[in-house]
Write a protein that binds this ligand. Sequence first.
Ligand SMILES: [Zn+2]
Ligand SMILES: [Zn+2]
Length: 240
Amino acid sequence: MAETKRNPNWTRDEHLVALDFYLDNRDDYFSPSGEGVLALTADIGKVARALGLTGSDTFRNPSGASMKLLNFRSHDPQHDTKGLPQGNKLEQVVWNEFANNPTALKRVVANILNVTNAAMANDTPVLPEDDATEAREGQLLTRLHRYRERNTAIVKRKKASFLKKHGHLCCEACGFDFQKVYGERGDGFIECHHTKPVSELEAGETTKLADLVLLCANCHRMVHAARPWWTIEELSASIG
Ligand SMILES: [Zn+2]
Ligand SMILES: [Zn+2]
């Protein structure tokens, strides 16, 4: 018996791209052969491939995109005709997070598509997944954030400038000083967090020193431990 290869579920990134299209075309029939749905399908396919996903011949096809859009309609209070029964709870999640903020969503989606194109052209190295909780804005922008804060050149400069100013390295939220606690082994050890909102991360732009803060490993993990990620102000306020 021939085994059918299962296509991977839609990611948050793909849901965001589709939701943006839905909000621009709320009253459409979303015919799978319509120009808009075909263009959306092409974008979704690119985003999925930039995330390293692959599938069978039916991977990210126009019927699937059309169905996704109709599923969004079932969450839309502007439509009393219910769409298809919801297939994926991410539809509800991204609807709740972004449907009332189409301008922010549009920017996020433009950035996702830019990162996708850059990743396809191999311009922007995309790190493998790590333990950070995926940002509301999806996996591609999460990876771009993590890449930026691990970029050794700018991180080195940030540490050097902090050291010059303060005479030692420590967490800017809780004050933890690795060298003080762990001795020589902790010398020079601290993480960098990129403070620019994920929604505003663009492919190819240069990180500024002012975009980075030094955080200890605990504080940095807490920032990324849940959605939405904490701002530095929220992190500091949480420390009793
Ligand atoms: Zn800390
Ligand atoms: Zn970070």
